[in-house]
Design a protein around this ligand. Structure first.
Ligand code: ATP
Length: 566
C-alpha cells in the first residue's frame, strides 16, 4: 500500500475526537487492506511488531533531528530552532519537507508501507560501531522520498508519538464493523486476548467468519496481558461485589510473573510482557522440579524475602532484579524471591481462560508441590464468613503483605481487563501511580537536569495532567532516584522542547504520595495534587496501567466524605 494512503488515514483520524467517527473511518480503511498488508495493523498503533515483541523502534528526538536535517538539507541548528518554536517534531519535518519541495520541485518517489516497515524493522537490529550513522541513513532514506504529510507521520512514528487517538479497542470495533456488522466484538476481543497480535486477528477477521476467530489459541512463549483487579474498601463491600462464598488470598507485595512452560523450555514474562527469563534462573529450576505437567501457563507474584530472617520484603527492595542483566547469580543470592502462584491459564494444550476460577485454583493446588521460600500456591481461604475473612486479612498484614484479594469463584480469566470479579483490599493510603508526561529544567545547582516532572493520570487512551512533582528525589545518584538519574531516563523520550519546558512520551510510571486532591482548572484532568512527593519508580507498570481519572475522582469524593463525616 502507498504510505501516503496511510498518512491520509492518520490525518482524518486525528481530525476528529469522536470515537464513533474514528471507528467509522478506520472500518472503511480496513476493508481496503489486503492480506499482504496485514502489518499495517501494527503501524496503526505506531508499532512495527505485535505488542509482546520487545523490538521497538526506539528513536530519540535527537536522532530524528539529525535525519530531518539531512533529508531536507536544513542545518541541524535550524531544525532545533523550529522544534523549540513549533514544539512537535513531526510538524517540523512536515514544514521543512514542504520548503524543500518548493525549492527543488522534486517529485515524490512514492513511498510504500512495505518500505517503511522494512527500514523501521532494521533499526532495533543495529548494534555496535557505526549504529547511529546507519540508523540516520535508514531514516533519511524514508524521509527523503516522503511528501510533507508523510514526513509528519513518519517522524511521529519514529519517535513513538503518533497522536491519532487510536487504541487496540478502537481497532477491534473497526474490524467488528467492517467484517461482522458490529456483532462479534467479544469474539474478536477473545482472539486478541489469546494472540496479542492484531495482524493475526485481522487476517482471520477479514474473512468475516466468526468460527475462524475461534481457531486462535494461546501459545507457550507468547505473553498475554494479565487480568487486573478493582479496589474494594472493606471485606463487607468485597463480598457484596464478588458474592458469597468467595476465595480470599494474600495480596503479596511483589511483582507479577507469568510463567510459561512446554517440555524443558520455560519462559518468564512481566505484566508489561517483557521477557525476563534470563533474570530468574532459580525460578526455572523451581518450575521444573516442583510443578507437575508438560505444558502450562501460570500467573504468580514474585516476592522478595530476607535471606537470614525470612521476613518478606516490600516490592521496591527486589524490583531491581527485573531489569538486571549482569551478575545474575550474585543478585539471585542477595535478593531471593518466592513465587506465589495464584492462577493457571493453560494446561496440557488447553486454554483455561473460560473455566471458572474455582476449577483453576483447584488445579493449581494439585499441580504445585509447596516449597516455602521457593514456590508455593498463594495462601487462600474459601469462605462466606465475614469474621473469618477479617481475621485472614489481619494475618496477611501481620505477615507483611499488602492486604488481600477477593475473587469470584465462577469468574473466567479476562486478559488485559480490570475486573470486578477480582478485588484488592488494602489499608487506606494516599498514593497514586502516575505517568511522567513533561518536565521543566532546573536552574542553579540543578541546571542541566529536569527538576520538576509533570504527572498525568490515564483516561481512555489519553494522559491527563494532574500536577508537578519536584520533591522526594535525591540530590546524589548513590542515594536513590536522583534528578540526574531520572533526567537521563527521560531524555530519549522528549518529544517537544520549548525553553525550559519539555514534553515527554508517556512511558515512565512513578508512585507519588500527596496530602490532598483539589479541583483545579490548571491541569487537563481537572484535578491537582497538593504536596505531591515522589516515592518510587514503577518499572513493573505500563503507562496504561497508571491510576485512571475515574480512580482520582473516586479518591476525591472519598476525601470529601472524610471531611464531612470523618
Ligand atoms: P497495586 O498498585 O495496588 O499493587 P496494581 O495496580 O499493581 O495494584 P492491581 O491489578 O490493581 O495491580 O492489583 C493486583 C495486583 O496484585 C496484581 O497485579 C498482582 O501483581 C498482585 N497480587 C498479589 N497477590 C495476588 C493474588 N493472590 N492474586 C492476584 N494478584 C495478586
Amino acid at each position: 500500500m502507498k504510505y501516503l494512503k496511510l498518512a491520509e488515514l492518520y490525518e482524518s483520524l486525528s481530525a476528529t475526537t469522536k470515537r464513533l467517527e474514528k471507528i467509522e473511518i478506520l472500518s472503511k480503511f480496513l476493508k481496503e487492506v489486503n492480506e499482504s498488508d496485514r502489518e499495517i495493523l501494527y503501524l496503526l498503533l505506531g508499532d512495527i511488531y505485535p505488542e509482546y515483541n520487545e523490538k521497538k523502534i526506539g528513536i530519540s528526538s535527537q536522532l530524528a533531528i539529525k535525519a530531518i536535517s539531512k533529508s531536507t538539507g536544513t542545518a541541524k541548528e535550524k531544525v532545533v530552532k523550529e522544534w523549540k518554536s513549533i514544539g512537535d517534531l513531526g510538524k517540523v519535518a512536515e514544514k521543512l519537507t514542504k520548503n524543500k519541495r518548493q525549492s527543488t520541485l522534486q517529485s515524490n518517489k512514492s513511498l510504500s508501507t512495505e518500505k517503511v516497515l522494512e527500514n523501521m524493522k532494521k533499526l532495533p537490529e543495529l548494534e555496535g560501531k557505526g549504529t547511529v550513522d546507519k540508523k540516520i541513513s535508514l531514516i533519511t532514506e524514508l524521509l527523503a522520498s516522503a511528501s510533507p504529510i508523510e514526513a509528519l507521520y513518519l517522524t511521529r512514528t519514529l519517535i513513538g508519538d503518533l497522536r491519532i487517538g487510536i487504541q487496540e479497542s478502537t481497532i477491534r470495533e473497526a474490524m467488528n464493523k467492517a467484517f461482522f456488522k458490529g456483532e462479534a466484538s467479544e469474539k474478536i476481543q477473545d482472539a486478541i486476548n489469546k494472540t496479542n497480535d492484531l495482524a493475526v486477528v485481522f487476517d482471520l477477521a477479514r474473512k468475516g467468519d466468526e468460527k475462524d476467530l475461534g481457531k486462535l489459541h494461546l501459545e507457550i512463549g507468547k505473553p498475554i496481558k494479565v487480568m487486573l483487579a478493582e479496589k474494594a474498601k472493606t471485606i463487607k463491600e468485597g463480598f457484596e461485589t464478588v458474592g458469597k462464598p468467595c476465595a480470599i488470598e494474600y495480596k503479596y507485595d511483589g511483582f507479577r510473573l507469568l510463567i510459561h512452560k512446554k517440555g524443558e523450555k520455560v519462559f518468564l514474562f512481566t505484566r508489561r510482557l517483557e521477557n525476563v527469563t534470563k533474570q530468574f534462573p532459580e525460578v526455572i529450576d523451581y518450575i521444573k522440579k516442583y510443578v507437575k505437567g508438560d505444558s502450562f501457563i501460570l500467573d504468580s507474584e514474585a516476592v522478595g524475602f530476607d535471606k537470614k530472617t525470612k521476613e518478606y520484603k516490600p516490592f521496591q527492595s527486589v524490583s531491581q532484579r527485573i531489569k538486571r542483566k549482569y551478575d545474575i547469580e550474585k543478585i539471585k543470592n542477595e535478593l531471593p524471591i518466592e513465587i506465589n502462584v495464584f492462577d493457571i491459564l493453560y494446561y496440557e494444550g488447553k486454554s483455561l481462560l473460560h473455566e471458572p476460577f474455582k476449577k483453576r485454583t483447584e488445579l493449581i493446588r494439585k499441580l504445585i508441590e509447596n516449597h516455602p521460600y521457593k514456590i508455593i500456591h498463594s495462601k487462600q481461604i474459601i469462605t462466606d464468613d465475614e469474621k473469618k475473612a477479617e481475621a485472614f486479612y489481619k494475618q496477611a498484614l501481620k505477615d507483611r503483605q499488602e492486604g488481600v484479594m477477593m475473587k469470584n469463584l465462577d469468574a473466567p480469566y479476562e486478559p488485559g481487563r480490570r475486573v470486578g470479579n477480582m478485588l484488592k483490599i488494602k489499608p487506606e493510603e494516599r498514593d497514586l501511580d502516575l505517568v511522567i508526561t513533561g518536565g521543566e529544567y532546573g536552574t542553579g545547582k540543578r541546571s542541566g537536569w529536569v527538576s520538576s516532572f509533570i504527572l498525568s493520570c490515564y483516561a481512555d487512551g489519553k494522559y491527563l495532567e494532574i500536577g508537578k512533582v519536584g520533591t522526594g528525589f535525591k540530590e546524589k545518584e548513590e542515594e536513590g532516584v536522583s534528578f540526574k538519574g531520572l533526567t537521563e531516563k527521560i531524555k530519549p523520550l522528549i518529544t517537544e522542547e520549548k525553553g525550559k519546558n519539555v514534553k515527554i512520551k508517556p512511558k515512565i510510571v512513578v508512585s507519588v504520595t500527596y496530602q490532598e486532591i483539589q479541583k483545579s482548572p490548571t491541569y487537563s484532568s481537572g484535578f491537582a495534587l497538593r504536596f505531591p512527593r515522589f516515592t518510587a519508580l514503577r518499572p513493573d507498570k505500563s503507562p496504561s496501567e497508571a491510576t485512571t481519572l475515574k480512580e482520582v475522582e473516586k479518591d476525591f469524593e472519598k476525601q470529601k466524605r472524610n471531611w464531612l463525616y470523618g
